[in-house]
Design a protein around this ligand. Sequence first.
Ligand SMILES: NC(=O)c1ccc[n+]([C@@H]2O[C@H](COP(=O)([O-])OP(=O)(O)OC[C@H]3O[C@@H](n4cnc5c(N)ncnc54)[C@H](O)[C@@H]3O)[C@@H](O)[C@H]2O)c1
Length: 262
Amino acid sequence: MNPELAPGATQLKVDLRDRVAIVAGAGRGIGAAAARTLATAGAAVVCGARSLDELDALVKEIEKAGGEATGVCVDIADPDSVEGLVQAAVDQYGRLDLAFNNAGAHAEGPLHELTIEDFDRVVDVNLRGTFVCLKYEISAMLSSGGGAIVNTASVGGVIGEKFLSPYIASKHGIVGLTKAAALDYADRNIRVNCLAPGATRTRMLLDWLSNDETMEMIVGKTPIGRLADPQEIANVAVFLLSDAASFVTGATYLADGGLVVP
Ligand SMILES: NC(=O)c1ccc[n+]([C@@H]2O[C@H](COP(=O)([O-])OP(=O)(O)OC[C@H]3O[C@@H](n4cnc5c(N)ncnc54)[C@H](O)[C@@H]3O)[C@@H](O)[C@H]2O)c1
């Protein structure tokens, strides 16, 4: 169900029939690929993004392929809006089983040139937003017997990178938050894991890589020697959400073409 799949990238196949999933940050890129994969696997998918326009084509594409999806306008930086996203899943489908917290923001520049507002904006979406998503998703999952959650961090959640200080700090925070949440609910049938993608061909990356030279530098640093297709990252998220990962919780999964070899 993904017409733009790069050569060599395949869509993961798992069985998620009767599951209800939220993808926060689903309008394009990694989140859209995950929403398609979850729907192909049989889940009903509540797709959240900042505008419904962004979600319209995705929801239609999933429905045309026989899947079930709903678009919800959400701003992850606004707790009421996040509560509304989770409530929309429960109202429409009666429960919540899976959640992929994937929305992300960044600000570039040497730290002393960034503003306090830059820092707050990035942290409000990436770290505070992930906390708020977890809070409402876990409450819903506890009512229906459990579930699985994946938070998108980045390779920047485990290593540093120049000129991205609020992003790096917030993504490191997501790794820690994931570990803490995983421990809080490990004995209540809720798994919480973290996905750490490397450079992936999406709008966010292409906006950031302003020229061919930066692109070559990033690809040159990646041992596999290319950018990831968003589908290759989404596959790891959906694996972690599926029962195939039933003994995995609190983990940070690198999907980075070998950039960070521990
Ligand atoms: N692309 C990469 O190279 C890369 C690498 C590492 C990590 N990541 C992370 O992966 C995630 C997805 O990135 P992508 O590259 O697919 O980005 P993208 O820009 O292509 O898509 C991001 C999606 O998130 C939504 N979004 C952004 N801010 C939001 C907000 N405040 N509320 C609700 N929705 C919001 C957008 O509307 C969009 O649908 C992000 O968390 C990003 O930090 C990306």
